[in-house]
Every structure is written in structure tokens, then in C-alpha cells.
Design a binder for this molecule. Sequence first.
Ligand SMILES: [Zn+2]
Length: 159
Amino acid sequence: MHPEEQLSAYLDGELGHEEQVQIETHLENCSSCQSLLLELTDLKQTFSSAIYELAEPDDLETRVMQAVARETSIRNLGKLWIFVPLLSVMVFVLLVITAGPIVIPLMQGVLVIGRALLYTVSHAVADMPMLSGIVVILSLIVLFASVLSIRKVLRSTAM
Ligand SMILES: [Zn+2]
């Protein structure tokens, strides 16, 4: 007698030890049950891969949703990048507005000192050798240019 009905349970490891040994003993001597067991194994594999494929759409959906979420977050990040220079400009403007009372007198002070320096230097230059005079005047021009450019930047940003 062939234990055909028990082969599936045997395959799933659902049998007790005694029954399992019985079937294994039978399988050793019965090619018909061996091929049936192989068929059952194939069937089980097909079934589990079918289950897997049935589960696949869910997985696919999850992956698509994740991809969409990732894409959306990247796009949002891209939008955020537009706000970064805007935000830094706003911060700079705020800084100028809040620090303006400090920065502007400071600039005026620098200008006053510069003018005083120029006045002193213009008198001293007369007694200086030609080359030193040119160097001093050039450095003063550079100083004034940088002060003016800073003022210009501050004014244009404040507006
Ligand atoms: Zn058999």
C-alpha cells in the first residue's frame, strides 16, 4: 500500500517521527512514490513561486510608491535649493538692517580717518621720494575703492 495521501504532509514535515520513518522506508523501495514525491516537490515549488508572483504586485506597488516618494523629495529638495540663495539674501538684508546703525557710522568713521590720512599724507608726500609717494597714493586709492564698493554693495542690498 502506497502512502500517497501522506506524501504532501511528509513534504511539509508535518508528520510524526514514526510516520516519517515509515514513508522514508517505503520511498526507498517504491519508484512510483518517489516520482510522486518529486511531482509534489515541483508542485510545491511552482505554488510558492506563484504565491511569490501574487505577492509581487504589492511589492512592486511599494517600490513604485517609494520611487515616487524619493522623486518627490528630490524635486522638493530642488525647489528648496531655490530658497537657499533667497534665504541668504534675506539674512544678509536683515543683517544690514539690524547692523546698519553700527556699520554705517563705522563706514563714515573709516571715511573720516581716510580723509584725515589723505590730508596728512598729501602734505607728507611732498617731502617723500617719488616712488613712495606713488605707492602711498595707490594704496589710498585702493582703500577708497574698497570702501566705496562696500558702501555700494550695502546700499544695493538694503534696497
Ligand atoms: Zn509506493
